[in-house]
Design a protein around this ligand. Sequence first.
Ligand code: ADP
Ligand code: ADP
Ligand code: SF4
Ligand code: SF4
Length: 589
Amino acid sequence: MRIAVIDYDRCNPDKCGHFLCERVCPVNRMGGEAIIIDEENYRPVIQEASCTGCGICVHKCPFNAITIVNLPEELEEGCVHRYGVNAFVLYRLPVVKDGMVVGILGPNGTGKTTAVKVLSGQIVPNLCGYNDSWDAVIKAFRGNELQNYFERLKKGEIRPVVKPQYVDLIPKAVKGRVRDLLKKADEAGRFEEVVKELELENVLDRDIRHLSGGELQRVAIAAAMLRDAHFYFFDEPSSYLDIRQRLRVARIIRKLADSGKAVLTVEHDLAILDYMSDIIHVVYGKPGAYGIFSQPKSTRNGINEFLRGYLRDENVRFRPYEVSFTKKSERKSQDGEILVEYPRLVKDYGGFRLEAEGGTLYVGEVIGIVGPNGIGKTTFVKMLAGVEKPTEGEVDWTLTVSYKPQYIKVDYEGTVFELLSKIDAGKLMNSFYKTELLNPLGIPDLYDKKLDELSGGELQRVAITACLIRDADLYLLDEPSAHLDVEQRLAVSKAIRSLMAKNEKTALIVEHDVMMVDYLSDRLIVFEGEPGRSGKALPPMGMREGMNRFLASVGITFRRDPETGRPRANKEGSVKDREQKERGEYYYV
Ligand code: ADP
Ligand code: ADP
Ligand code: SF4
Ligand code: SF4
């Protein structure tokens, strides 16, 4: 079975020399019609039945607008929805079960939202043909776990509730005080309980316009929880939250399922996905072209298969490399060359005071910076970057610093390529940078885009790239995982490690995604204190000591998965959790 997908946003028939694909297609040249021109819409159409899959048009198109893939025949009957001719195709769906949290793991653009729209009844799937009836859908899913679900959906018995992905857009859609908004949503009569669980007491009387990202996230989750529905979908519930808040949210979502509700969630923080899901589906394919939901898998096994890049039951390798975690012996030791010894620094904002103890940074190491929101991590990084002046102490070094802030401002009018070329055109041509950074982050595909046209995730990848191609002694990256999907997080982590090792440079990374922190860091700087009031930054310490200190303050223990070495959060009160807490071992090294 062959599918051809054309990204018409990229296709530009006038700029490729007038329908180049049609002119180079060997089938067309022999008098056939694999590619025809839709005169009305002024665009090419690939007829899948006539196309031989030679791939010539794919390689010739200067805008990378065409995807042609051969897929196994047996997928055909799992074809759920296609948005049109040469458009995105979705194969198979996740299961939805009362009393279960079903996690979805995979890159953006592979149909997760489409699947949710089907499951919430927003679109009747066309079954990749001309279907518009639920009866045909029920028939197509006969014998499948979803048959009964679709029967109930058709009868109007399923009420869905969705916590959207982009919580920052909420203030544009709803207005008013948090208390009033949540009271209005409270069909379940659980206002007090949910507000307490999500620690929203302090923001109840604020206008929704004046909330931070993390507060908006928790309000959005609360609003969904308070509805009395059958099916709840949480799209990226961890964004903007710190680790303690993430685990809290994960526990509340679990509780919702334990009360008998069906819950589906997309989450890119794998430790959190792991913690909250009963089963997971891996979604694979090519973003924008097609997506396939795997069979349901046990959470542990599914995440392990995902990290390996190979799905065993499906016999599919979807990534050329495996993700492996750095063993203690491989981490950079501190007997190397010293980069700098930084002094004790204090920043006093009046309402908030940060005291950072001095410390030593070594050449070639990556240091993770961890701690709750509002504890001064960004303030610390800004002082090192020379953006913020300390109240006490001085950063008077000759080191060059390259800094990626947490919130990225777009104040450049040109294209991505122009911006990056201005920083270092040579690196864009350098084969090491191409293989280690630019290609894995999908940067060349963005070259022609204007900066103000980029989505949050695209902007993040460009900002990370801009930071990493600049020549510097010290790289500071504040929350590189924000807006990135799980595949991109892995790519960014891998790129940072390999650039620092190869160029013998030092990086400091502020991050809440525990698996990324673990994957990336040689050592840690731990922040402690009282969020919003006072913070203290400890000197850099080893991973074991640092993680123990950090996790003890959060009250969570982690173990390591024996197969992949990835960190897994222990369920609270489990035997392992209790044993580790007794020993003071919050984190296995
Ligand atoms: P995800 O949630 O995994 O990011 P989506 O389900 O939102 O993925 O989208 C998958 C792909 O489907 C997108 O890349 C987009 O190209 C395509 N798509 C989404 N909605 C439409 C639509 N209404 N018409 C055509 N294509 C669409
Ligand atoms: P984190 O990065 O750990 O979330 P931040 O360094 O961003 O923490 O902020 C720590 C505290 O300092 C917060 O309470 C924040 O409101 C306050 N703060 C940050 N910048 C300023 C500023 N320019 N003026 C006053 N207070 C500030
Ligand atoms: Fe030209 Fe590519 Fe569009 Fe074909 S798909 S018309 S080659 S831009
Ligand atoms: Fe023509 Fe080959 Fe492209 Fe198919 S893959 S449309 S046969 S050029």
